[in-house]
Design a protein around this ligand. Structure first.
Ligand SMILES: [Zn+2]
Length: 513
């Protein structure tokens, strides 16, 4: 085989590289050999050499496993041909039919190199997997989890070896995924799911990158590996293929891979969130939540939602994007003649159903939801109190005193009372879009609370703080409430319980609309 390295045999092979300094006539992988030649006679010569070598090594060439593939220039254009190459005693090596393809080391090659075959295989494999997930008797959250962890790993090979176009990945593959996610979450067909699903969880998204995004990340790694390869031919390959990779390569300019990956991820996340939060109807709630709620609390909310039964999880996800079939939406979707609330006559929007309906039954349910949440908080605070502190509460809770003892004419929800201070915690359960407004309203309402102290507490200073919990369970609590009340901040167990309690109550309110 030393012969192959001699200049005469090298000249039989294929030349590549900008300066054509690379010659390649032979690739060997285990017992698999690939001959590359620049003419039919050169190819036949190399085959003869291979036959001689196999004879010497007592190895048999299986004609049924051989194939040949060729192209030639005609009228200034490359076209595929059927080369005539034979094995001495066995006959012609079958040629890849014109327009056909062949597989080498798992990768499919075809003459137009448009990857049409790999694309077909990718799509049908994905359809099969998604249909299988759909048929599983598990909650939609679990389906999403399988989708985000198991599915991408099944396509690592394809994403790594084929350069699939963005048009294919976004237009076919991601669209297909979106169709299934929509089905699992029972979203209406019109809703915009791709950007929402790929937005990070701290922006109320699902944090599942699209295939187009994953492919871009992989191509970054691939370019990096070529660039820093120890093999100079590979580095030349990198140099020679810079043209179509300008964008990816620019990320790696003067940066290591980790830094470049972080920048890419960040820009992908930004692209998704900008689109999602910019949606006039579907993005408005997430937008205010992101402004008002701490990222940690949004993460806890996600965990709380994931732990709920499917019908409540789907409800919360749909409600977050104003995609519930309220009469307002049904009218928009041409599925109801009216958009008005049958109880009170106002436009029946998401916000109306969950927090604004003036019908007495609805009002009673809102109060009930508020009190259930208040009770959870009060019961949690009591054991956390310092020894000379007491909790006053507007509900009767073991260990808490009645709040009406503190003020004349005002009944805030919670007050932690020390020998010198009254630290108010006023709870509002409000719609997501009102998280900030509710706080301002309550602070204004209690601006003169100090003047209403009952005589027993006349020397106490009054500190007013608010706690807002949204109808779908996002928690915002003023840090000063904990600081001045000298209790620890809400722990994650309570936070998740509050989220679950709020959204479960809201689901029941919605069901009774
Ligand atoms: Zn109403």
């Amino acid at each position: 085989m030393r012969l192959l390295e001699s200049p005469d045999y090298q000249l039989l092979g294929y030349f590549w590289g900008k300066r054509q300094q690379h010659k390649c006539s032979w690739l060997q992988y285990a017992d698999d050999a690939l001959i590359i030649a620049n003419s039919l006679s050169a190819a036949q010569g190399l085959v003869r050499l291979f036959e001689a070598w196999c004879e010497w090594a007592k190895m048999d060439i299986r004609l049924d496993k051989c194939l040949c593939f060729g192209a030639t220039m005609r009228d200034g254009k490359f076209i595929q041909i059927s080369p005539n190459i034979n094995l001495k005693d066995k006959g012609m090596i079958p040629a890849v039919p014109l327009g056909g393809h062949f597989k080498y080391l798992g990768k499919i090659f075809d003459f137009p190199a448009l990857n049409s075959e790999p694309k077909k295989e990718f799509e049908s494999k994905l359809v099969k997997i998604l249909a299988k997930i759909s048929s599983l008797q598990v909650r939609s959250q679990t389906k999403l989890k399988i989708f985000s962890t198991y599915v991408p790993a099944q396509f690592n090979f394809e994403l790594k070896i084929y350069k699939l176009t963005d048009a294919f990945l976004s237009g076919v593959i991601d669209r297909l995924c979106t169709r299934y996610i929509r089905e699992w979450l029972e979203f209406p067909p019109s809703s915009c799911v791709t950007e929402w699903a790929s937005s990070p969880t701290e922006y109320c998204g699902l944090g599942i990158p699209t295939f187009a995004q994953r492919a871009a990340r992989m191509s970054l790694t691939r370019r990096h590996l070529l660039q820093v390869s120890k093999n100079s031919s590979i580095r030349d390959l990198w140099e020679d293929t810079k043209g179509p990779n300008v964008r990816v390569d620019s990320l790696l300019d003067n940066r290591d891979l980790n830094k470049a990956s972080a920048i890419l991820r960040e820009s992908q996340a930004k692209e998704s969130t900008d689109h999602f939060l910019g949606l006039q109807t579907q993005g408005i709630m997430a937008k205010t939540v992101v402004e008002a709620v701490l990222p940690r609390n949004i993460q806890l909310w996600k965990h709380a939602m994931d732990s709920l039964p499917q019908h409540i999880f789907n409800f919360a996800r749909k409600a977050m994007q104003s995609q519930l079939p309220t009469l307002h939406n049904l009218k928009l979707w041409n599925r109801s003649p009216t958009g008005f609330c049958p109880r009170c006559g106002w436009e029946q929007t998401n916000k109306h159903v969950l927090s604004n309906c003036s019908f007495p039954d609805a009002l009673a349910r809102y109060t009930d939801r508020h009190n259930r949440i208040l009770e959870l908080i009060a019961k949690w605070i009591v054991p956390q109190l310092k020894s000379n502190y007491a909790l006053y509460c507007d509900l009767s809770v073991p260990g808490a005193r009645p709040v009406c003892d503190l003020f004349n004419g005002f009944r805030p929800d919670l007050a932690i009372v020390s020998p010198t201070k009254i630290v108010i915690g006023e709870l509002t359960v409000c719609h997501e879009t009102n998280l900030i407004k509710s706080r301002d309203y309550k602070l204004q309402k209690y601006a003169n609370l100090d003047a209403a102290k009952s005589s027993e507490f006349s020397r106490h200073s009054v500190l007013v703080n608010t706690i807002e919990i949204s109808t779908l369970g996002f928690v915002v609590a003023e840090p000063n409430f904990f600081k001045h009340g000298e209790i620890p901040v809400f722990d994650s167990l309570l936070m998740k319980e509050l989220s679950r309690s709020a959204v479960t109550a809201s689901k029941s309110i919605y069901d009774n609309r």
